[in-house]
Design a protein around this ligand. Sequence first.
Ligand SMILES: CC/C=C\C/C=C\C/C=C\C/C=C\CC/C=C/C(=O)SCCNC(=O)CCNC(=O)[C@H](O)C(C)(C)COP(=O)(O)OP(=O)(O)OC[C@H]1O[C@@H](n2cnc3c(N)ncnc32)[C@H](O)[C@@H]1OP(=O)(O)O
Ligand SMILES: Cc1cc2nc3c(=O)[nH]c(=O)nc-3n(C[C@H](O)[C@H](O)[C@H](O)COP(=O)(O)OP(=O)(O)OC[C@H]3O[C@@H](n4cnc5c(N)ncnc54)[C@H](O)[C@@H]3O)c2cc1C
Length: 664
Amino acid sequence: MAGVDYLADERNKAEFDVNEMKIVWAGSRHAFELSDRISRLVASDPAFRKDNRPMLSRKELFKNTLRKTAHAWKRINELRLTEEEANKLRFYVDEPAFADLHWGMFVPAIKGQGTDEQHQKWLPLAYKMQIIGCYAQTELGHGSNVQGLETTATFDPQTDEFIIHSPTLTSSKWWPGGLGKVSTHAVVYARLITDGKDHGVHGFIVQLRSLDDHSPLPGIIVGDIGMKFGNGAYNTMDNGVLRFDHVRIPRNQMLMRVSQVTREGKYKQSNVPRQLVYGTMVYVRQVIVSDASYALSRAVCIATRYSCVRRQFGSQNGGAETQVIDYKTQQNRLFPLLASAYAFRFVSEWLKWLYTDVMQRLQANDFSTLPEAHACTAGLKSLTTSATADGIEECRKLCGGHGYLCSSGLPELFAVYVPACTYEGDNTVLLLQVARFLMKTVSQLGSGKKPVGTISYMEQAEHLMKCRCEVQRAEDWLKPSVILEVFEARATRMSVACAQNLSKFANPEEGFSELLADLVEAAIAHCQLIVVSKFIEKLRQDIPGKGVKQVLGMLCNIYALHILHKNLGDFVSTGCITSKQASLANEQLRSLYSQVRPNAVALVDSFNYTDHFLGSVLGRYDGNVYPNLYEEAWKDPLNDSVVPDGYHEYIRPILKQQLRTARL
Ligand SMILES: CC/C=C\C/C=C\C/C=C\C/C=C\CC/C=C/C(=O)SCCNC(=O)CCNC(=O)[C@H](O)C(C)(C)COP(=O)(O)OP(=O)(O)OC[C@H]1O[C@@H](n2cnc3c(N)ncnc32)[C@H](O)[C@@H]1OP(=O)(O)O
Ligand SMILES: Cc1cc2nc3c(=O)[nH]c(=O)nc-3n(C[C@H](O)[C@H](O)[C@H](O)COP(=O)(O)OP(=O)(O)OC[C@H]3O[C@@H](n4cnc5c(N)ncnc54)[C@H](O)[C@@H]3O)c2cc1C
């Protein structure tokens, strides 16, 4: 029945002001209004339809994405959208496309690594999309090890040009999004060679295709790397392969903010750290943390609404069966994910602030916070994407069999999302960067160099190494100071234990190699502490709206206590808590689940997702799942005819043969 809200009872149970929570989720009233307006604009435009994606062939899918991207660009210009609005529009169109890399990496790479002159030349072209660019770093043979890249950029002083070359098969650029079929230009990372000397990896702007007929320029071989995981999913993106055969570019197309090559071929370095060449990755990792909260919240929204609609067992006297959300097992799987979505949202807001702060400092030649920014973006990218990928799959299972249908939206969400654990830095490799940062910090304790920012808790290392948790009753676990101290103690003890074990090796790199698995765990403990502490910090702010702060407090405690429960080995073995305190934490967790239960649907409504964006029959706002699931099934092309194509060739002969056998 149209117009009936099957989740109305659930919505009536809410104990907080949903409209105020929507503003908290969005970040501000302005952000909420903008998001709300743009998401409706996209949802109401039939050109942005996306429910047919799993049915399309790769070619159809890709052409469809080109059409949508062109339509989005047209609307952005017609409506004169601001950069913020245009980004939101692309977000709600919800289809990975070359434009993500153009705006998300090509433009930031030029901005971050180019000189003023280079900005003046290239940015206006890129802003108007008169050129389309991608970020060509990874090669067939090397992705994580950026210093191992093989592509060369050799300076030719005769002609004042660089010669870009792919010396081996493994030096072929491999993976860049937007490269395969669309980009006219790329920021290419290559080893800079002047006068026979290798100066390591630098960025160069290289034109790949003709601006007249789109054909590859001489010396360039370029194409798509082929079908990826999942049917529709990330196959809307033309991840590409690229080879150079002595391609010449003018000297001024090397991005020269960090270092320069003079007309005479002299290599000079500016007064900035060479790691700024990696700056675009720091930027995108920060965006990916924010993206994690959105992807996880989408899956959680679907699983929560459906868990209220779905009923199994427990009917008494012919009454309704139990809503599956009322099973404690369902709550124990779902509510920590709901809490994680909020936790990641808040930590991503903080990370955005940290990134902006670092950028402002860099402008003033203050590079002191760069290592912490690198550790935080790398670590949080790793933590949040791994949890989100696992969380989406858990949400699929929480929806039982129907979660496996494409119309649930979950298979595609999972397939699109999982590469986030790999791109922009493999998650384990990134955690090892955090571990290096931690080991450096521990080694400097007592040297007079004060740990600052997210690592400042280590200043109290002496106390944290021996403190005892004061929890005696389950309610004691609700005290933020208790939770913080326990998480700080665990992180400190794990890092210090790694440092002590490392010191037993004569060769530190050998020790590091041997202890990789422990180091990764110490890094995770540190990152989980950051997420918990930023949630607690958020709750210290003034948060208006009836019941909003209270329900967020419940989610914060669920996030922390669930992490504690899942990592009891760490907490107990490092002596941070006793097994008795562990069971009190579990008791508190169960009580928190009961408190959150009536608020569950309102908490996912607060994400303010349109049905178009969710793309899920199970997650529909009105909860009217069954008739729509039924209707959706009939739309499958297999149901176009009652007797399937292939019946006469393949089914009938078998049946006839069986008939003959039966007669015998
Ligand atoms: C694109 C869309 C954008 C926005 C759209 C919206 C949402 C986003 C959603 C989806 C994204 C869509 C598509 C994804 C596109 C994907 C793109 C890519 O994948 S691009 C390729 C990314 N590649 C990597 O991430 C490679 C990973 N490897 C590395 O980063 C480094 O090489 C590594 C960190 C492993 C360092 O290796 P190592 O050899 O040890 O280091 P090196 O000697 O080079 O340097 C050591 C020194 O430098 C410090 N350091 C390292 N990295 C950084 C950094 N980024 N910033 C600052 N400092 C850094 C390191 O700590 C060390 O310091 P010390 O010497 O110890 O002090
Ligand atoms: C969908 C998608 C989009 C992408 N888009 C782009 C793009 O636009 N531009 C671009 O340049 N690149 C892009 N990439 C490439 C991406 O950045 C790399 O794949 C990523 O950095 C991982 O590198 P790798 O493939 O070399 O993995 P590898 O490093 O080969 O990893 C393989 C395994 O080895 C392990 N490992 C590697 N090194 C270590 C170590 N030191 N210690 C312990 N374990 C280790 C890893 O944990 C992993 O388990 C994209 C990739 C994907 C999947």
